[in-house]
Design a protein around this ligand. Structure first.
Ligand code: GTP
Ligand code: MG
Length: 340
């Protein structure tokens, strides 16, 4: 994944400790007593600078990420804030290097021990100014590492609808995912991935999303924005779940309005399914109940039918390069994937 290589990010004191230890080790290995202080300043400058740079480099280029992940980072952390924090580390790395260099340059003319102490104090003060950024980036790193991996090559069904209509109950029933289910709205707070192997080589990637309300984009919170992000950027097909029994706490009118809004923003087909059919059904729609299991198989069959249709139309990957077969790396071999 894109975020697996980001190591734990140290706070300022830990980073300084580590640099001091490295510098001290280097000094033990070198025996030039005359230039010991100069070498020490050089070593601590280098260790601190390099660590700061390696932290920056461990983050991916956010602009190069697939749109789904790029938007998700923006929704979760704010791209400006992320860039600011990384910029702060860049500033600190540059300043540490400049301060270290200039102190080393003037060291022979003055008392080296005093200059060594001055270098340590200045470097520590610069790194401490980046402490907030280091702490923030470590929090970001911890969230990034837990983000679900969405395989952009899989046929992907994004399940959407009002809160509490039974989206997660459906995903739990038909896929490998085990999302939380509860009788209150907004139980699901982020996207959750599950898979279903239907027949040999026929696999569906299901994405559970947080409930959406029918409201303007400006009114949407970060949780809802994650659902929209999945709908727009990863869906090959949207499964819109409605609850005509209105046990979810929302009117069928509001749910229909949301359906229309989603239809406007997506470029992929949408299948509407009525859940909680054990309580109330709707004519001319797929009706299912995740509690009794009735109708669930029909919904899955319909998804498979649409999947085959989409593959035949070669319209499967309208998210990225249309009709361009994708290279997938497996072990040391490259395979060209043309069929799902
Ligand atoms: N009677 C009935 N209740 C159901 C059915 N499916 C789900 N429920 C109940 O509806 C409630 C909400 O289910 P969830 O699966 O958490 O709903 P959700 O759409 O994922 O909700 P959010 O994550 O909040 O958006 C739970 O109390 C479920 O037990 C069904 O087919 N029939
Ligand atoms: Mg849910």
């Amino acid at each position: 994944m894109y975020f697996d290589d980001i190591p734990t990010i140290p706070i300022a004191d830990e980073l300084l400790d580590r640099s001091f230890r490295r510098a001290a080790k280097k000094m033990r290995e070198k025996s030039n007593k005359k230039r010991a202080n100069e070498d020490f300043v050089r070593a601590i400058t280098q260790a601190t600078h390099d660590k700061l740079v390696s932290i920056i480099q461990s983050f991916p280029e956010f602009e190069q990420l697939p749109p789904f992940y790029r938007n998700l980072c923006d929704i979760l952390f704010g791209m400006d804030k992320l860039h600011q924090a990384l910029g702060m580390l860049g500033w600190a790395a540059k300043n540490v290097r400049n301060v270290g260099k200039s102190i080393v340059r003037g060291m022979r003319r003055v008392d080296p021990l005093i200059e060594r102490k001055r270098a340590v104090a200045r470097i520590a003060s610069i790194v401490h100014r980046a402490d907030d950024a280091l702490r923030y980036l470590n929090d970001v790193r911890n969230v990034l590492r837990k983000l679900p991996f969405i395989d952009m090559n899989e046929f992907t069904v994004v399940v959407a609808g009002y809160p509490n209509v039974g989206k997660s109950s459906f995903i739990r029933l038909v896929s490998s995912a085990e999302p939380e289910i509860a009788s209150y709205p907004f139980t699901t707070k982020g996207v959750i991935i599950g898979h279903r192997d239907v027949e040999r080589r026929k696999r569906i990637q299901f994405i559970d999303t947080p409930g959406l309300l029918s409201r303007t984009e400006e009114e949407r919170n970060a949780i809802e924005k994650q659902a929209l992000n999945a709908l727009v950027h990863v869906a090959d097909l949207v499964l819109f779940v409605i609850d005509v029994s209105e046990h979810c706490g929302y009117s069928i009118h509001a749910q229909e309005k949301l359906r229309e809004k989603i239809a406007e923003i997506i470029t992929v087909p949408m299948l509407t399914v009525v859940n909680k059919a054990d309580i109330k059904k709707m004519e001319d729609r797929f009706n299912m109940s995740t509690i009794t299991g009735e109708g669930v198989k029909d919904v899955l069959n319909e998804l498979l039918r649409q999947r085959s249709e989409l593959i035949q139309d070669k319209a499967i990957d309208i998210r990225s390069e249309l009709l361009v077969p994708k290279m997938i790396r497996r072990g040391r071999h490259y395979w060209i994937k043309t069929e799902y």
